[in-house]
Write a protein that binds this ligand. Structure first.
Ligand SMILES: [Zn+2]
Length: 316
């Protein structure tokens, strides 16, 4: 075989591999209308796994007179394609904008599908998210998603947001206003909460979850509490959490109570001289209302440690 022939064989082999290793389509999930022209696909609550194919978040769809706006198109190119199929059931209008709530890949790797179908659509995110992705965090998420789903998200690549937005910005799309809220480090350093002003709907990203206990590994408990206190001042009719069912302000209140109870309980026990591993039973008892939330047992020990370290640092 001469060199050219072997090159073509290699190229064909690579194309064959690529076609075979694209993960399967994510099945269609129900589309819930939460307000006039505002829809949410409430994803499953479990961590990314082969069964849910990584899909676990709450993509939002807002219909405006100037086109469609998507919030958090999901964990993979396949999730993004599923969201686009949902859009096509509602309207033939183009997708003109996407908002990414934060850097965690279960929320935004679906950008790829939107960009492929609608190359002109602007993709908005906090500048901290854009710079973390420039530093390679998106690639880490692609790899992690592939591992957690055992290859079901294969074919997914990083399509980063390209338009920075920050606290107080207002993006007009047709007659709709999308107001950006950012209150510093909360769930992550990259969070935006998007208020769709006219019908009064707030997409909280993972600053609020419902029925699933949050990961605080990249966040700050007090910052998260502060962000929730601030977003309640919008007095929106509907709050869409990052995971779990949407609802009225009680969705945000419940998450606030979890974090506040956690932090204040650890502070009291710290004063009594207990170490973090000695606190778990007492703190767990105070948070029994959340015991049936997904990953309660997985996260609680870590949450107590995070709170303990903050309180210990503040004591010196
Ligand atoms: Zn997150």
């Amino acid at each position: 075989m001469n060199r050219l022939t072997s090159f073509f064989c290699l190229a064909l082999f690579a194309i064959g591999i690529h076609a075979e290793t694209r993960g399967p389509a994510v099945p269609d999930y129900p589309l819930d209308k939460v307000a006039d022209n505002v829809y949410v696909i409430h994803g499953p609550l479990q961590m990314p796994n082969p069964d849910n194919q990584g899909f676990m978040n709450n993509p939002g769809i807002v219909l405006t007179d100037a086109g469609v706006v998507i919030l958090d198109p999901g964990a993979s190119v396949q999730s993004g394609e599923m969201v686009l199929r949902a859009v096509s059931k509602l309207t033939r209008q183009p997708v003109v904008a996407v908002f990414n709530s934060h850097v965690h890949g279960d929320h935004w790797l679906g950008n790829q599908a939107v960009r492929a179908a609608w190359p002109q659509a602007a993709i908005y995110a906090h500048p901290n998210m854009i710079s973390l992705i420039a530093d390679g965090e998106g690639d880490s998420w692609v790899t992690l998603m592939d591992q957690l789903t055992e290859g079901k998200t294969a074919g997914t690549t990083v399509v980063a947001p390209d338009k920075a937005v920050n606290h107080g910005d207002e993006i007009r799309v047709g007659k709709h206003t999308f107001r950006i809220h950012h209150y510093g480090k909360a769930h992550t350093t990259t969070d935006i909460m998007v208020e769709v002003v006219e019908p009064g709907v707030v997409f909280t990203g993972d600053n609020a979850l419902n029925g699933r206990v949050t990961r605080l590994d990249d966040g700050d408990i007090q910052g998260n509490i502060q962000a929730l206190t601030s977003i309640l001042k919008t007095d929106a009719a509907v709050y869409v959490p990052g995971h779990g069912m949407s609802g009225d302000r009680s969705v945000v209140d419940n998450m606030h109570t979890y974090l506040d109870t956690l932090y204040s309980s650890v502070a009291v026990l710290f004063e009594e001289g207990l170490s973090d591993f000695e606190m778990k039973d007492t703190v767990s008892a105070k948070l029994q209302a959340y015991a049936d939330w997904e990953d309660f047992d997985v996260q609680l020990g870590k949450h107590i440690s995070f709170a303990y370290l903050k309180i210990e640092a503040a004591a010196f």
